[in-house]
Write a protein that binds this ligand. Structure first.
Ligand code: HEC
Length: 122
């Protein structure tokens, strides 16, 4: 390898590692499933799978600036509404964004932790 090829690798390798880590993080965040939508709709009538997946997208878009997005299963389902409300100012969320994020986190947390759907505000 020439000197400039070696330098190119020195420059590219850390970027590759960072990109790989970001992909790994995104992959670890669960997607909502059809059964989640059914359970969410008992709590929030009319909730669809598309609503929950939009909540996931908004969550990644708005809650990843300051720290990696916490996994839904990291907290009990019942704890998420207050956590999102607390972070809502930080992320400058519109009320509908806050609601979509909360539905996604509560519902996937309940599934992954094998908890019943909590009695959270509607
Ligand atoms: C402007 C920066 C910023 C943004 C945006 C942000 N956070 Fe945070 N978050 C923090 C800081 C700083 C902490 C640690 C200090 C604390 O707990 O207040 C934290 C902590 C947390 C915790 C752990 C809190 C606890 O009590 O254990 C959770 C969960 C969390 N954030 C979720 C979110 C969610 C959900 C969003 C999007 C709605 C979000 N964060 C957006 C800065 C941010």
């Amino acid at each position: 390898m020439t000197r400039s090829e070696t330098n190119t690798w020195r420059a590219v390798l850390p970027l590759t590692l960072v990109a790989g880590a970001l992909v790994a993080c995104a992959a670890a965040l669960a997607h909502a499933e059809l059964a989640d939508a059914a359970r969410a709709a008992q709590r929030w009538p009319g909730t669809t799978l598309a609503d929950l997946e939009r909540g996931r997208e908004v969550y990644v878009a708005r809650c990843s600036h300051c720290h990696v997005p916490r996994l839904p299963e990291a907290y009990p389902a019942a704890a998420w509404p207050a956590l999102v409300a607390k972070m809502s100012n930080q992320a400058k969320l519109a009320p509908e964004d806050e609601q979509e994020i909360t539905r996604f986190l509560v519902t996937t947390s309940a599934r992954l932790r094998h908890e019943p759907m909590p009695d959270v505000p509607r």
